[in-house]
Design a protein around this ligand. Structure first.
Ligand SMILES: Cc1cc2nc3c(=O)[nH]c(=O)nc-3n(C[C@H](O)[C@H](O)[C@H](O)COP(=O)(O)OP(=O)(O)OC[C@H]3O[C@@H](n4cnc5c(N)ncnc54)[C@H](O)[C@@H]3O)c2cc1C
Length: 465
């Protein structure tokens, strides 16, 4: 009997560092040196004599936003599912991050509001908050300090394919074009705009189809100096049912990050772009729960940073009939979601786990990495289900709606309502949205009964008041 997706997901989320690694490659090459590429390089370092990471951006010593990651000035929170993987691959990562100024928010420091109501406190919450460049710099330092990882500055121009497999990569440096001929394994980690599909098509291979959902979301992020070094609330999150957004706000989040700062974001769909001036930004925060109002008491640091993301997208490599051997993709290059769910870096970390499991499975390296793509599909499907399915409720999205969508939506809406008051439903729901467990773990009679009971209690309370 095939293994259930929930079981596979659970195994991929293991926190055990692998001990059964074998050397499989002379040279492995990773194209793109951001979160997904660095994590893939960390895994490959267990299996290759050298791992070359080709990144087009110049990486300076101090963490700073860079052109290749245009979203880097926006709020980036690491979900528990991803944090556990970072601790798995880099021993003591969270401690190091916190010692350097990142903030770990536990249940007592979190305030989460749904449709204006404060949600019950649940155990097992631990968001790691920092700026995106800060987190990436730590991951980069850990990865590039491995003796067999070689970072190279260059813009990838193509993957060489011969005899049904990837054999090399071509990239451009300030000195001119370079061909790395002896690649034994190649990873595409070039982000959501990766051109791997075009390269494959022009070499006569199938191009993976891209599925898109037009989410059309506008982000606005600003930073403020923190008045207290250790505030009581370190993360506050306010969100609403997607077709009941107050003043176009969807959602709002504030997090304490390094350098005694707050980072605060607002989301808005379509024409809604809340908080684009300092006055409006402060005004919105003062109308939100107290943690937001407190956070804007300090001085605003730098400019308000806007960002627009048009779509969620996925490239389904597992559906291709023909694909070169010794070639895979990871991170946003494979699937990039609506950022309000904060899944991107954790997905990338779980893709690294897929790569590790695949490489430890004595794979047939002369064939396409179908085992890897099957594992990765479990992670992508789970993240897509958690984000793209609720996004279908947005008024500007017109499908395609999966079979049973209206029932799924009805149940999910009741369940999210129940997360406000029911600790058990809330814990189980959080475990899914934090990428610790698979979405199917929510569909148990126990959770469904508790959901319905919470709804009844709510209605009785509303009728009495
Ligand atoms: C507004 C916003 C907010 C977000 N918030 C969160 C959050 O809170 N939590 C979270 O987990 N995720 C969040 N994400 C998602 C997260 O940013 C991405 O999922 C994550 O960065 C994916 O990493 P990646 O390495 O796959 O791709 P990217 O970070 O996009 O990196 C791609 C890399 O490839 C390089 N590259 C591209 N082309 C080439 C080439 N030809 N040659 C060499 N190098 C190349 C680029 O320079 C870049 O370094 C957010 C995204 C957005 C847009």
């Amino acid at each position: 009997m095939p293994e259930s997706a929930a079981r596979t997901f659970h195994r991929l989320g293991t926190t055990e560092a692998p001990t059964d690694t074998r050397r499989l490659f002379g040279t492995a090459v990773v194209l793109g040196g951001s979160i997904a590429g660095l994590l893939a390089a960390r895994v490959l370092a267990d299996h290759a004599e050298r791992v070359v990471v080709v990144e087009r951006d110049e990486i300076t010593g101090s963490p700073a936003p860079r052109p290749g990651v245009p979203q880097s000035a926006q709020v980036h929170t690491l979900l528990p599912g991803g944090r556990r993987q970072l601790d798995r691959w880099f021993d003591g990562f969270s401690h190091e991050a916190v010692a350097a100024g990142a903030v770990l928010t536990g249940p007592e420091n979190l305030r989460s509001y749904y449709n204006g109501r404060l949600k019950v406190r649940t155990p097992d919450i631990d968001f790691l908050s920092s700026s995106r460049p800060f987190l990436e710099a730590l991951v980069r330092r850990r990865t590039t300090s491995l003796p067999n990882v070689v970072p190279v500055r260059g813009r990838a121009l193509g993957v060489d394919l011969a005899d049904g497999r990837a054999t090399g990569v071509r990239y451009e440096t300030p000195e001119g074009e370079t061909v790395l001929q002896d690649a034994d394994f190649v990873v595409d980690a070039m982000g959501r705009s990766s051109r791997l599909g075009d390269w494959l098509a022009s070499a006569g291979w199938q191009k993976p189809e891209m599925r898109r959902m037009n989410i059309d979301i506008n982000y606005t992020t600003a930073r403020f100096q923190r008045k207290e070094s250790t505030p009581g609330v370190t993360t506050a999150l306010a969100f609403w049912e997607l077709d009941r957004l107050p003043a176009g706000l969807a959602p709002a989040m504030c997090s304490a990050i390094e350098d005694d700062q707050w980072t605060i974001m607002f989301g808005g769909f379509g024409d809604d772009k809340p908080g684009r001036t300092p006055e409006e930004f402060r005004r919105i925060c003062r109308a939100l729960p107290q943690a937001f109002a407190d956070a804007v008491e300090g001085e605003m640091i730098g400019e308000i940073q806007p960002y627009k993301q048009a779509d969620s997208r996925r490239r389904d490599y597992h559906l291709l009939d023909r694909f070169p051997a010794r070639l895979v993709g990871v991170g946003d290059a494979v699937a990039a979601f609506n950022p309000i769910y904060g899944q991107g870096m954790s997905s990338a970390a779980l893709h690294a786990s897929c790569l590790s499991e695949h490489l430890r499975s004595t794979p047939d390296l002369s064939a396409p990495a179908r085992h890897f793509f099957a594992l990765q599909r479990v992670v992508v499907d789970a993240a897509w289900q958690t984000s793209a399915t609720p996004d279908l409720a947005l008024p500007h999205i017109d499908g395609p709606y999966p079979r049973g969508y209206h029932l799924t939506r009805w149940v999910t809406t009741r369940m999210i309502d129940a997360t406000v008051t029911d600790v058990e439903v809330s814990s189980r729901f959080n475990a899914v949205t934090e990428m610790r467990t698979h979405p199917s773990t929510l569909l148990t009679p126990g959770v469904l009964v508790r959901t319905l009971r919470a709804g009844l209690r709510d209605r009785r309370t509303a009728a009495r008041s």
